[in-house]
Write a protein of this length. Structure first.
Length: 428
């Protein structure tokens, strides 16, 4: 958790960020913090899982961590130790989840355009493949069945249903409405049931949905759960018990504007919904990404220059850009930006527009209050969809990642050097 000491300097997981960045395991040369740097608090992430799991009480459940939020091994291992499975969307994510010790039996694989090689990896994992390949369209049923036949195995699948529910969130992260490419529309379900009945090498073990991300209330999540439970009851009447129902992820976090609905509230609400639907048998699966890791990662950056325009605008130019954290450029997201070694300034102090080094006007983190330009800043709530969406655009290396556990620097993941990028691009 981010806290401040009596002088206002930032601490993560109880350690001063200044010390973290100067730790010999982190800084390649003394006194040269390797910014931009993501710093994560593993203990706080573990705590998020425990709090969410408490919301399920005694109901059978699986928290399948959406690995796309952050694929770092130390994070996946930490969440796995708390009993998490994984939700993955590519062969790469599947392999990293397995390598980090998540059992094949606890992995769901979603995605609208899975390649043959990826389907094969999912069917071939462990003793009997992963928990379920989440089928996103009717045509995929025959394709997965054919791959299972070719591999001489049965494949466990779930149908991802598009419940046609508009989530109250940013349009770019809403996925459960009928214009979205995700999931099988309800009117296509009869065709899906037929295709499943003809698919000799598949076992339908679950149904799922995911209506979107950064949900700040349970209403639409529960409406979607209601649709899913109706479909589950219909299928169970026709062909027996389902092993699980997954209501997806999407639990919101507080980026500074507030978020009163905690992940636990979603868990409690679906347990209640299942009980009232008279369906207490199946395991309840949730697929949170952001809510487990988002608030517990910071992006630290060095201030390169302070610029004043004639118009009166003040710019704070930092060494982290949209290639390191794309959410502001992509979704118009606002992350709080604060000095690293001094308390955050009151919002009525002068505003500085914080921008990065990338040659794009959208490389802009918005206006933030600073009395004086600090030497270093931290960008808050960058643990989810930060590093995993980073790129090497403009020939910039990926940021270093530092993992804090039990009050010490426990792991560091270093990006490849600029030199190796140059060799790859130059081809010599
Ligand atoms: C199928 C599915 N499950 C889970 C998630 C995780 O969402 P969040 O990080 O908002 O919890 C996503 C996000 O895109 C998703 O597509």
């Amino acid at each position: 958790m981010l806290t401040r000491d009596s002088r206002g300097a930032a601490l993560l997981g109880g350690l001063p960020l200044h010390d973290i960045l100067h730790d010999p395991a982190v800084a390649p040369s003394p006194g040269e913090p390797p910014t931009p740097a993501y710093v994560y608090d593993l203990d706080a992430m573990a705590h998020e899982v425990r709090a969410l799991r408490a919301g399920f009480g005694s109901a059978p459940h699986l928290v399948a961590y959406a690995v796309k939020a952050n694929t770092a091994g130390p994070i996946i291992r930490t969440l796995a130790r708390q009993g998490c499975g994984a939700e993955v969307v590519s062969g790469g994510e599947l392999a990293v989840a397995l390598r980090c010790g998540i059992a094949a039996d606890a992995i769901l694989y979603s995605g609208v355009a899975k390649k043959k090689i990826e389907i094969d990896a999912a069917i071939g994992a462990g003793d009997r493949g992963i928990l379920a390949i989440q089928i996103e369209n009717v045509e995929e049923i025959a394709r997965v069945s054919a791959r299972a036949q070719a591999l001489g195995r049965r494949a466990r699948v779930s149908l991802r249903i598009n419940p046609d529910i508009e989530a109250d969130t940013h349009a770019k992260v809403a996925t459960g409405h009928d214009e979205a490419k995700f999931g099988i529309a309800r009117e296509d379900l009869p065709a899906a049931w037929d295709a499943l009945d003809r698919a000799a090498h598949l076992d339908l073990v679950g149904l799922s949905c995911h209506i979107g991300s950064q949900l700040m209330r349970t209403n639409e999540y529960i409406d979607a759960a209601g649709v899913l439970l109706q479909c589950a009851a219909e299928r169970e009447r026709a062909s027996g018990r389902l092993q699980f129902v997954s209501f997806g992820g999407g639990f919101g976090i507080d980026y500074g504007g507030g978020c009163d609905t905690k992940p636990q509230a979603f868990a409690q609400a679906v347990v209640k919904k299942l009980a009232t639907a008279g369906l207490e048998g199946p395991t309840i699966v949730t697929e949170p990404g952001r809510a487990l890791v988002g608030a517990h990662g910071l992006l630290c950056a060095r201030v390169i220059a302070a610029k004043h325009s004639r118009s009166g605008r003040r710019w704070l130019l930092i060494d982290a850009g949209m290639n390191d954290l794309v959410r502001p450029a992509m979704y118009g997201a606002k992350h709080r930006i604060e000095p690293l070694d001094a308390p955050p300034h009151a919002t009525d102090t002068s505003l500085w527009r914080v921008a990065g080094p990338v040659c794009e006007s959208s490389d802009d983190f918005g206006e933030h209050p600073f009395v004086e330009p600090p030497d270093f800043v931290l960008i808050r709530d960058a643990g989810a969809y930060g590093f995993t969406m980073a790129s090497e655009y403009n020939g910039r290396p990926l940021p270093v990642e530092v993992f804090i556990e039990q009050g010490r620097v426990a792991h560091v993941i270093r990006p490849r050097s600029v030199d190796s990028w140059v060799s790859e691009r130059a081809g010599c």
